[in-house]
Design a protein around this ligand. Structure first.
Ligand code: AMP
Ligand code: GLY
Length: 436
């Protein structure tokens, strides 16, 4: 079938790999697509199961089983959402099996998979980021710290569930951090190598983008809240809530980043023979000396996908196809002129230890309510057909409003509709909006 005829089809079958709030948001966007008839998801969760057929027994790293399942269900596309399978090369495996896949291949996903790689890339191509050094052994790292300015930032090279970054205020803390990462292997093999970098100050903003190897189209901006407790205290988590757009991400900042960061990153990857197709997530710090890259992710963020995709006007399948086919230059992304806020309802004790298996009540209150979304993250069905908690982040309650303040009020209102035994949330998601 020709590409044009393909695009007119309305009977597509799609498989989403992943099982969190991000994948639920992607599934909701696909459900809206005029072209998708059936959605499958592995492993999925209790929320995704309302709009897709899930197979909870298949994990995101079960590559052979995913290939087998995709073939059995005769899917037209596999959308790989999480970092681990992308960095592990699932897209390569799918393509070798003759399946159409969305997401960067292994060579390109290293942009997220190795902090040392991404820092070296930025240095080589003049993309603004914090000054840094890379270390393969602990003694050299410890010696370097003796003359370094504090605070300083230590980063395990590999994937560490978003937790492999330590911000150290004193030399003692920094030395203990090197020991934790490189000797005690707190983050496993992710800590065989580490980056030590300059501490930057400023506001953080996340900008997600679609990339087809050459062309990049950025989505609306968002701001995450990574720490577990109110006032940005406590441990780093996968994200406790966020809002979109960021009022601090001005036109002037966007112009700078479009010119010096976004296209430059895509061009750099292509020049390295690592053509990137998929989603690049730019974690930026708006420092007093200009915008700089904090990190790259090779995928949608979680919960960034929740606040960004619900505001996107395009049919997601058109954009996904354009990324795979290299025709993104023909696509303009459009976003609603409104705002969205997501408040994560977590299990008390996340990200360290927490109890699971509690029944979640009140989910039906979201039914038929426009502009309110209850994205499931850690949920599953128990033996009796009840929906129970099954993870640290349980739900991402999201609301849209005409303004950020309205969206925030609605999200916190809806956060009260649901209840479970050890429900925990931050109460200051979007507080920065008041300073804008
Ligand atoms: P990353 O996983 O690299 O985004 O780091 C996690 C969090 O650590 C970021 O969202 C920032 O809040 C913080 N962080 C990382 N690198 C730096 C830096 N160089 N200066 C200040 N804060 C940083
Ligand atoms: N929310 C940040 C991430 O997905 O990495």
């Amino acid at each position: 079938m020709s590409a044009a005829a393909e695009r007119c089809r309305s009977d597509m079958k799609v498989l989403i790999v992943g099982g969190g709030g991000r994948e639920h948001a992607i599934a909701v966007s696909m459900k809206k697509s005029r072209r998708v008839e059936k959605i499958y998801c592995v492993p999925g969760n209790a929320g995704i199961a309302q709009i897709a057929e899930c197979e909870p027994s298949i994990g995101v790293m079960d590559f052979d089983k995913i290939v087998e399942y995709a073939k059995e269900k005769q899917v037209d596309l596999v959308f790989v959402a999480p970092d681990d399978p992308l960095v592990g090369g699932l897209v390569d495996v799918l393509k070798e099996a003759g399946l159409r896949a969305f997401g960067p291949d292994k060579k390109a996903a290293v942009l997220e998979g190795s902090k040392a790689f991404s820092k070296d890339l930025m240095k080589k191509y003049g993309i603004p980021t914090a000054a840094y050094e890379t270390f393969d052994d602990a003694d050299a790292a410890l010696a370097y710290l003796e003359n370094a300015e504090m605070p300083i930032v230590l980063k395990a090279d590999g994937l560490a569930l978003g937790k492999g970054v330590l911000i150290c205020n004193t030399l003692e803390e920094a030395k203990a951090g090197v020991k934790e990462i490189m000797l005690d292997k707190h983050f496993g093999s992710a800590g065989n190598r580490m980056v030590i970098e300059e501490f930057m100050t400023g506001r953080e903003v996340s900008v997600l983008s679609f990339v087809d190897g050459r062309t990049i189209r950025t989505m609306t901006s968002a701001q995450d809240h990574k720490r577990a407790l109110d006032g940005d205290r406590g441990l780093n988590t996968g994200g406790m809530g966020n809002f979109s757009p960021s009022p601090f991400y001005t036109k002037e900042i966007d112009d700078f980043c479009q010119k010096h960061i976004y296209q430059a990153t895509v061009d750099a990857m292509a020049a390295e023979g690592r053509e990137f197709k998929g989603v690049i997530f730019f974690g930026l710090m708006l420092t007093p000396k200009g915008s700089k890259v904090l990190e790259f992710n090779a995928r949608f963020g979680d919960p960034e996908a929740q606040v960004v995709l619900c505001r996107m006007k395009n049919d997601i399948m058109d954009v996904v196809d354009a990324c795979i086919d290299g025709t993104l230059d023909k696509v303009e992304l459009e976003f609603e002129d409104n705002a969205a806020v997501c408040v994560v309802l977590a299990s008390q004790g996340y990200p360290v230890s927490y109890e699971k298996g509690f029944e979640i009540k009140g989910l039906e209150k979201f039914e038929g309510k426009e502009d309110y979304y209850c994205f499931h993250a850690g949920t599953k069905f128990d033996g009796q057909g009840r929906i129970v908690t099954s993870g640290g982040r349980v739900l991402g309650v999201t609301a849209k409003g005409a303004t950020l303040k309205e969206a925030r009020a609605k999200a916190y209102e809806a956060a009260e509709w649901v209840d479970f035994a050890n429900k925990y949330m931050r109460h200051d998601i979007g507080k920065a909006i008041d300073e804008a």
